[in-house]
Design a protein around this ligand. Structure first.
Ligand SMILES: Cc1cc2nc3c(=O)[nH]c(=O)nc-3n(C[C@H](O)[C@H](O)[C@H](O)COP(=O)(O)OP(=O)(O)OC[C@H]3O[C@@H](n4cnc5c(N)ncnc54)[C@H](O)[C@@H]3O)c2cc1C
Length: 402
């Protein structure tokens, strides 16, 4: 059996590592960038406790390797930029364990090392199509080291090529994108905060929100959001140090020591910020009429409000690799059946995660009241949804380790 994975990011590396352990399965993972090129991963990530739980169920050694490169995420606090605390939640109240705080480039390094020699770097995909012999199978053509290469009769093609997935566009068409009307910037800076910033925290000034936490080694990740028109690109005038200072400085009070450090740091590094508009795209786990599986952002680009992008890529990969492993070891070779089962396992869960992430964006939209909105997050309904988010991670394991 031949399995090709496109993309050695979060989901792709886990799939390559897990599926390469199956006897009789040829696994090839094609990655566009060079082995040590993390230029598209220059920020920090908070990875939810649900990803830790899901990966631990199938691959505790991988969890240990990621934990070594991380700080644990134990607490979530929300304040106003004047220092008023609105929400202070130990994750132990809603989750079965901590999450991770990690540099994105470190997560890639650990996962790519763990995926080993199944990953081929510097591969530029030039063609994806249905195999001539059997339309349920696919073929892929790429250029590597200046040479054109091709694999035919691919039994399972896994698209783990991220938010702008070329595989998904080619096989299943352009996903529909929905803007939420919130601009977001991200920044990773050396830790000069003198202990002011550590675990995961957020600070509001009206609907404008800062978020920050410390990541090893010696860096602080800062993200900021503010409402914009959903239809328009982010105006350059909103990205200047003066505009950013005005966005986060409380109008009638001094900023807290934390907020002051964050505002000064953002303004001093305004030229290095990475900007995006918060958006999501339609959910799709498998192609209609051939054996192509979409995982991670290729399946579900979502708003980053609850830090579930990489988290769900890990949860997807843990679940999909566990299911495929079990079916394969049980002698089931019906790939279309595997994909239908993965979709059944993941679709409802992802609808919940995407809807909850959008719901939690309420305090960041134009005209929002962050005080009332954040207090609502201390109530049972929101906390129960958090429990479902962090605990109900699926996994068709029947107690068996794969
Ligand atoms: C600035 C920023 C901050 C974020 N913060 C968080 C956070 O705090 N918590 C969180 O959970 N998520 C966060 N996310 C989201 C998270 O990074 C993504 O959801 C996650 O990386 C998706 O994993 P993936 O495996 O689907 O794709 P990716 O990790 O994006 O991997 C895709 C891989 O495919 C490769 N690729 C793409 N096209 C091709 C091609 N044609 N051929 C071959 N290879 C290709 C890419 O080079 C890449 O290696 C953040 C995202 C951004 C941009």
């Amino acid at each position: 059996m031949r399995i090709v994975i496109v993309g050695a990011g979060v989901a792709g590396c886990v799939m390559a590592r897990r599926l390469s352990r199956l006897d009789g399965v040829e696994v090839v993972c094609l990655e566009r960038v060079a082995r040590d090129d993390h230029s598209e991963a220059g920020t920090g990530l908070n990875v939810g406790p649900n990803a830790v739980k899901a990966v631990k169920a199938v691959d505790p050694e991988l969890v240990d390797r990621i934990t070594e490169a991380s700080y644990l995420w134990h607490n979530w606090r929300i304040s106003l930029t004047d220092g008023t605390v609105l929400f202070d939640l130990p994750l132990a109240d809603v989750a079965d364990g901590p999450g991770w705080r990690i540099r994105w480039s470190e997560l890639y390094r650990v996962l790519r090392e763990a995926a080993g020699d199944k990953v081929f770097y510097g591969c530029e995909i030039t063609g994806i199509g249905r195999a001539a012999s059997d339309p349920s199978k696919t073929s892929v053509t790429w250029i590597e080291d200046g040479k054109t290469r091709r694999l035919d009769d691919i039994d399972l093609l896994i698209a783990a090529d991220g938010r702008y997935s070329a595989v998904r566009r080619t096989i299943s068409g352009e996903p529909e994108v929905q803007q939420t009307g919130v601009a977001i910037f991200r920044l990773l800076v050396p830790d000069t905060a003198g202990g002011l910033i550590d675990d995961y925290e957020q600070w509001f000034n009206g609907p404008n929100r800062l978020l920050s936490f410390k990541v090893p080694p010696g860096h602080i990740y800062v993200a900021g959001t503010f409402p914009i028109s959903p239809e328009a690109p982010i105006a350059e005038s909103l990205k200047t140090p003066d505009a950013l200072r005005a966005a986060y400085t409380p109008p009638d009070a001094e900023p807290s020591a934390q907020a002051r450090w964050l505002i000064d740091t953002v303004c001093a590094n305004a030229a290095d910020t990475h900007w995006a508009r918060m958006q999501e795209h339609t959910l799709l786990y498998r192609a209609e009429d051939c054996n192509v599986l979409y995982l991670g952002d290729a399946a579900h680009g979502m708003v980053p409000t609850l830090g579930q992008g990489a988290t769900q890529a890990l949860e997807d990969a843990a679940n999909a690799s566990a299911l495929i492993t079990q079916r394969y070891r049980d002698g089931v070779r019906d790939v279309a059946g595997w994909l239908a089962d993965i979709e059944a396992l993941r679709q409802q869960r992802m609808r919940f995660v995407m809807a909850f992430s959008l719901e939690a964006t309420d305090t960041m939209r134009d005209g929002a009241d962050p005080v009332a909105g954040t207090r609502h997050k201390t109530e049972a309904a929101f906390q129960n949804s958090l429990k479902a988010l962090y605990r109900d991670v699926g996994l068709p394991l029947d107690g068996r380790r794969t």
